[in-house]
Design a protein around this ligand. Sequence first.
Ligand code: PMP
Length: 449
Amino acid sequence: WQMLCPSPAVVLGFPVEAPAPETAALLAKRQQNFAASQKHYYGHPPQFERGWKEHMFSVEGRAYLDMVNNVTILGHGHPRLSAAIGRQWSMLNTNSRFHYAAVAEFSERLASLAPDGLDTVFLVNSGSEAVDLALRLAWAHTGHRNILSLLEAYHGWTVASDAVSTSIADNPNALETRPGWVRPVLSPNTYRGRFRGEDTTADYVAAVAQKLAEIEAVGEGLAGFIAESVYGNAGGIVLPKGYLSEVYARVRDRGGLCIADEVQIGYGRLGHHFWGFEHQGVIPDIITVAKGMGNGHPLGAVITRRDIADSLEREGYFFSSSGGSPVSSAVGMTVLDVMADEQLQENARTVGDHLKYRLEGLIDQFPIVGAVHGMGLYLGLEFVRNRQTLEPATQETTAICNRLLDLGVIMQPTGDHLNVLKIKPPLCLSIESADFFVDMLEKVLLEGW
Ligand code: PMP
């Protein structure tokens, strides 16, 4: 299938004509009938009807480079995945109640990828569901409610995962509606947080210790702590060195469980490790994973220890009708097979390193480029109006995204100030496509937006 894909230069033949007015009107009308969050784009964002590797094609036939893909890590249109889905679907899917060979096989494979001792897998449909389940596990196992969560974090949109999502951009009502069991701690954002720079670990750990002391002072227990190790919603900030091991030690000291949210950063995206927590040298008690593991098919999981899983099973309230079906398990197996055969984690590392190097080159050239965060194919390019005050260039970031869309690149602002380009392409991104993206970005920064 590698051979079938035209080169980016062929795919991205510009300029492309705007759609005829009748077509534009029809597309705009259809757009009104579905609820989608495309608030960052002006006019009528394209509607896509097909995709191939890191490109998607609009209904008008125009090609776009997909640089903000949350889920499709293998790339679009992978024939091995369609074949696997078809095969399993025609054999057997689910009746929602029983045990299936495909599910057992995939659960075993997933557990084999987790650290020793984390050998029990719950399969669900999404990242939010996985986070809700992780919280239930922590509650059931410890008998306590309080969960520490980092300010600025995003962990999902179901009621409990939303509660621990303390990002203001994604949930403007977070501060008013947050339940009492959510205990937000200072965001260890080493770029624009309260303490800046690499050697701020002790300051941020002290903030967690203080929060733990507050909980203890009112005589309450601790259920757990949830965090990503590369901090997605903050723009891809890599947590300061040693932060997680210090925090995990303190949380465990108080009887809490440590939850690593790998929904966005896990599964090889960081290139250098399969799991994000490996970068911090820690072993969590509970892992949540989704997005890439199903390549866009609804599939998520919680991986944990048997004793923790037993606490919930005793209470008997885990049940998901379509979560963990044979078809989604076949998808999960195939994603892992393709990742291994096509060396996608290695690709994320080499292309990611190249991309980061080129993006860092923009810092000297353009004052608006404040920093490049992240690693592998999970990068954040932060735009600022002033490098001393770090005033976020929010409107500029949206305008830049819109210009990039004109040039055939799909991009999206992120972060509490919506001033970071979130760079998350499929893991099959080629060096040529990475260069095309930086060239287009450079063009926008040079010519204006
Ligand atoms: N956790 C993290 C870190 C995420 O980034 C997301 C989704 N952006 C979720 C959980 C929720 O996943 P889903 O959208 O699949 O429910």
